[in-house]
Design a protein around this ligand. Structure first.
Ligand SMILES: Nc1ncnc2c1ncn2[C@@H]1O[C@H](COP(=O)(O)OP(=O)(O)OP(=O)(O)O)[C@@H](O)[C@H]1O
Length: 582
């Protein structure tokens, strides 16, 4: 039978959490056993107190019983410490498993998926949601089990002392418990809203921080602060709302427990006066009632922790359920490659749409001959970067095909394809870390001399010499310690370092000064068997390319060399004239 959306979500959460719990079933079994033992030692204590009181009242020596009581209490403390450590270790281990799987997936999603999500949303799943799972496992599962044992044990032992008094107490408590659980359902829904608000707050903070200089320069700091603090206030409001309902939901149980305590005291006192109970029995009965109340409060908060954890697990499971890039676009069998050896890359009738009715490509066809330099030119938004993205298989064409050496690229795995291509994207991507790790990203084991050679090739040797750290110099988050042109040259050095058949360069010289542009023109030309496809606005960079593909609105409008295009393609001629090259 289908439940409410919340029930469905929690059921999904249980289904996804179960395998992780099973992975640690040994530790959980030990923890449950320790909980049983801890409950037993706690439950023995009221019994021992009865003995002390009744023996003392009767005027007999109490030393033996007191010693037992002390031993049991010390054992209880040691057990609690061992249990806490094991519990935390197991919970951290379980969360590590969840994080590893999640991160493995998050870094392997199809590129399209990142276009549709905010980074903050993904980050909050790794951070806040996995933390909620930690709480669900510690407070929600194990502490709840321990509390459950304690409640059951205390009820049974109190029953042995006075069944009627227990029935009375439990009757009162159950009324409060039912009330509390009914209100807790609302708390669960509100907790999910709170988690979503928190994710939005993370996303808003990341959004502002990643563009902090622009925000300052635009005088938008106050407005951005308002947006982010607005999100913080919404998270606060959601938290307060949850807190109100949660606080109210605990009160029926609390009132019922207080009433139960008073009833036990009054009725118990009468029974002692009447001789139906000894004073020791009344004392231990009261202790048992408190061993029901304390753990029961733990059970109520465990329940809400568990629900929050299940909600978080479900958010994590949503990402885990997404296919990886390899699953979303698997390798498909392809006929034997054509024997056109001289063509390295061939695009045949390629059409592609980012989103329905959005930008993309329309029926694009051209060949890239082995060892040649092919330039993609055209106005902004013409589709140049999209062509490179499709060759890299960041996206799949809707219609048509792209072939590498006559083999449809879909017949190669992403790894296989990319191991043959070097790619420098349009926005120079510099990763936080050292100069060496950035340049050698595609070939981490190369000798430092190779890294130095690559840096020299793009006129960046100065960076290494600038500090005592040499190649270990830190470049800052997203390369903030480098200039725009340095970042760009660094990404070119990274693309030139590994030996690859095909080099894809997106606007490689957009941020370079003329001297550097001149120097790099030679470095990024096809040579030594390397083939280059380069997207560029600046025609000076690509004028001497073997073939120039002119694009507009996602389609190829002309192909040829510079002189042919100046003579035959009005769009190219106007671009060349605008740049004083014709
Ligand atoms: N990730 C994306 N999601 C949706 N639309 C996109 C995406 N990337 C690009 N587009 C759209 O696709 C079209 C082609 O973009 P592309 O980046 O290929 O152009 P370009 O020729 O490289 O432009 P530029 O010279 O400005 O870099 C544009 O209309 C752009 O708005």
């Amino acid at each position: 039978m289908a439940g409410t959306p919340t029930q469905e979500r929690h059921r999904a959460g249980v289904v996804h959490l179960a395998p992780y719990v099973r992975e640690h079933r040994g530790a959980f079994t030990v923890l449950i056993a320790l909980s049983l033992l801890a409950s037993a030692t706690a439950l023995v204590q009221p019994w021992a107190v009865t003995q002390v009181v009744d023996t003392g009242v009767a005027g007999r020596p109490v030393t033996g019983v007191v010693l037992v009581l002390v031993a049991v209490s010390v054992g209880d403390l040691v057990l609690a410490a061992v249990q806490q450590y094991l519990l935390q270790r197991t919970a951290h281990g379980l969360v590590l498993g969840v994080r590893e799987r999640l991160l493995h997936k998050i870094l392997r999603l199809p590129v399209r998926e990142y276009d549709q999500r905010t980074m903050g949303d993904l980050v909050s799943r790794v951070g806040a949601d996995t933390t909620a799972i930690h709480w669900a496992v510690t407070a929600g599962l194990v502490e709840a089990a321990a509390a459950g044992f304690m409640v059951v044990g205390a009820v049974v032992l109190a029953f042995l002392i006075d069944p009627l008094l227990v029935a009375l107490t439990l009757g009162l408590m159950l009324t409060g418990i039912v009330g509390a659980f009914l209100l807790m359902r609302t708390v669960q829904d509100l907790a999910r809203v709170e988690q979503d608000e928190f994710a939005q707050l993370t996303a808003a903070t990341l959004r502002s921080l990643t563009a902090i200089r622009t925000i300052r320069a635009c005088g938008a700091t106050d407005r951005e602060t308002d947006v982010v603090t607005g999100r913080a206030r919404m998270t606060y409001a959601a938290g307060i709302h949850t807190a109100k309902v949660a606080a109210a939901s605990l009160q029926p149980a609390s009132a019922a427990f207080k009433a139960a305590n008073i009833v036990v005291l009054c009725v118990g006192a009468f029974k002692v006066a009447d001789g139906q109970l000894t004073l020791g029995q009344l004392v231990s009965f009261i202790l048992y009632v408190n061993l029901i109340i304390g753990p029961f409060q733990v059970l109520v908060s465990s329940w809400s922790r568990l629900q929050q954890g299940l909600g978080a697990m479900q958010r994590i499971a949503e990402v885990e359920a997404l296919p990886t890039e390899a699953q979303a676009s698997p390798v498909v069998p392809s006929p034997a490659p054509r024997a056109e050896d001289e063509v390295l890359v061939a695009l045949r009738g390629v059409s592609f749409e980012y989103t329905r009715g959005g930008g993309g490509l329309r029926d694009v066809s051209f060949d890239v001959r082995r060892g040649s330099t092919v330039a993609l030119v055209g106005p902004s938004g013409a589709g140049k970067s999209t062509v490179l993205a499709l060759i890299e298989r960041f996206y799949e064409p809707g219609v048509g095909a792209i072939a590498l050496e006559g083999t449809d690229v879909r017949a190669l795995s992403h790894d296989e394809l990319r191991s043959r291509i070097a790619y420098a994207e349009q926005d120079p991507a510099v990763l936080e870390g050292t100069l060496r790790s950035n340049v050698a990203l595609a070939a981490p084991d190369v000798h430092d001399d190779v890294v130095r050679e690559a840096l020299a090739g793009v006129n960046l040797s100065g960076l290494e010499e600038r500090s005592d750290d040499g190649l270990d110099v830190q470049v800052g988050e997203r390369g903030t310690r480098l200039s725009g042109g340095e970042k760009q040259r660094l990404t070119i050095a990274r693309a030139l370092l590994p030996v690859r058949d095909l080099l894809l360069l997106d606007e490689p010289t957009a941020q370079l000064d003329p001297a550097n542009e001149d120097q790099l023109r030679d470095a990024i030309r096809a040579r030594d068997g390397r083939t280059v496809v380069v997207a560029a606005h600046r025609l000076s960079t690509v004028m001497d390319a073997d073939q120039i593909v002119v694009m507009q609105d996602g389609a190829v409008v002309a192909t040829g060399n510079h002189d042919e295009l100046v003579a035959s393609c009005p769009l190219y001629l106007s671009m060349a004239q605008a740049q004083r090259l014709a």
